[in-house]
Design a protein around this ligand. Sequence first.
Ligand code: ADP
Ligand code: MG
Length: 673
Amino acid sequence: MTGERARADGSTSRANAGGVPSGSKRDEIDRVRKSLPIALAKTRLMEEIRKSETCIIIGETGSGKTTQIPQYVYEDETLTNGLMIGVTQPRRVAAVSVSRRVADETGTEHGKLVGYAIRFEDVSSEETRIKFLTDGMLLRESVIDPLLSKYGVIMIDEAHERTLQTDFLLGTIKGVQKLRRKSVEDARGRVLPPLRVIVMSATLEASTFSKFFDGAPVVYSRGRTFPVDMFYTEEPEEDYLDAAMWTVLQINKEEAPGDVLVFLTGQEEIETLGKMLRERASKLPANVPTLNVVLLFAALPPEEQMRVFEQTPTGTRKIVLATNIAETSLTINGIRYVVDSGLSKMRTYHPRSGVDELLVSPIAQSQAQQRAGRAGREAPGKCFRLYTEDVMPSLPKYVKPELLRTNLSGVVLQLKAMNVDDILSFPFIDSPPKEALLRSLELLYALDALDDEGKLNDVGRKMARFPLEPMAARCVIAAEKEGCTIETLAILAMLSTDSVFYFSRDSNGQKNVARHKLMRKEGDHLTLLRVFNEFSACSAKRSRDWCREHEVNHRAMTKAAKINEQLTRSALTLGIKLKSCDDNFDAVLRSLVAGFFMNSASKDMDGAYKVFTTGQKLTIHPSSVMFQSPPETILFNELVRTSKMYARDVSSIKRSWLSELASKTFAKRARPQ
Ligand code: ADP
Ligand code: MG
């Protein structure tokens, strides 16, 4: 009955909303929905879901878990009790794209019945019943509403990814479930029903989840898959982008119709290969299909993300260049060929320094399998691995949970804000190393977020409510004192988007000539500020030309501007005053030092840099404005390891600021070791 309700909503909004499917698209959607493996298992699945408070669902990628099960659950009032269904995703892109798809399928306007919430963006309303959100967003909601009283059902999707936030959420939800079993009341005095939880995963390993939820039942829904032929390179590839390009061109020339999915590690690389392929595409002979190159990575705006789902016109071949987002979170129909670089970017934490490092690392065997599987969803396919066959056994079997390899200070801060004082007793699905938790506590103490007894103080409470990592949030609080909140917020917004400069690859490495005009000698942070300010000073019409002239990514800038608005709003909500320091750049740099002091290093005898707290050696990345004239002491925002350990987003700072602004860490330390 409720299924009809969804459709009836659709017919009213169909008249006035452009994005709602018309008749034939509707039929096509219904046809696809009915044929999905999950649809065929619906009766059995729903029986299991009704039977127990918590249930684990395992199903092949693309079988319909994410798009279908929330709709089935919505149709059953006994499951929702009229409350919302929250479906969490580790990735922002997936939350946006999947909610749009489900809105389409229900024939309703996006943001009404079906909506989403990700950091810096909320497309939902009072009417929303199926809400997709990132795990991080639901965690934030649970800080404000510890009973999650708006929700009747929580679905934790992509649990196999074992991201930091997912694992943290699993522990939190377990606690909420316990509270809700006691017939508690919400703010309006209504007794809340127990909280139903559905954990969904694409890999077969389910015992961890089942055990964690006290033996919750596991339901398997096997999808149909076709054989995939594997090809490996004979020798290790020196330049896998080049190898990827030639592989794509060869597939295009020699293989039967079918689209190609290429797995790469990140935005820059994807854009570079995109350019390389488009250049080649214009010179292809007439007898091979035209290349239709589309990109897919997290920073892409939703409209462009949707392009990967568009059908391929005859005579053309779609080439999707994607990050591991296309591994299990998004399924693109029509793929017959997969090209796998064997790599992905992993956030890895140095427990001693508190610095997160974005590491391009070999994928796990489970990921290699998932990637190959994308080629055999609709018909037999082929997978071209850009690595040698003997590498396979040396890869780890599964991805190591992020919780065990990343910075936990954000999690610990949230725990403190949720009044979990004894963080060592929190029910983590896999306990992080005690040392890592203690380091996080130390960092929070060094950031002045905790008092001497380890309790959250005012600074810490503000930091916990700010939609940024603790170190970045600390910068904002320091900025108020330095009188430069406007500038610091702008820089943090710029750091929250992906790279804004286009770099072209040539024999000398990375180049961006136009950027010279925007450079500020103090470093990358103030250069980013200048870019932000000049961009913001342009009219909407002029801003595109300005970006073109300066080889700046317009899309990334628009996003930075939006994030800046959000951050500014958050600051105002927390009572942080907006102040500008005009050209007093020291103030801005000092505010950054107050938060990111762990990421500081000084020049060593050999010209390389050494991180103060850890002794880690590093070099300034060639893309930095500081590359040509390396200063004595630097602050950086990111470590990237390729052939060497590189620091990105680098600025020159004064050594004395460290002991002044981060006294808990630096006052006693006389010299770098
Ligand atoms: P799972 O969660 O089990 O991996 P999904 O529910 O994401 O599966 O996908 C089910 C089907 O819906 C797939 O065939 C997928 O291609 C299709 N689909 C999902 N999003 C879109 C979209 N935006 N446009 C077209 N098809 C889509
Ligand atoms: Mg899914």
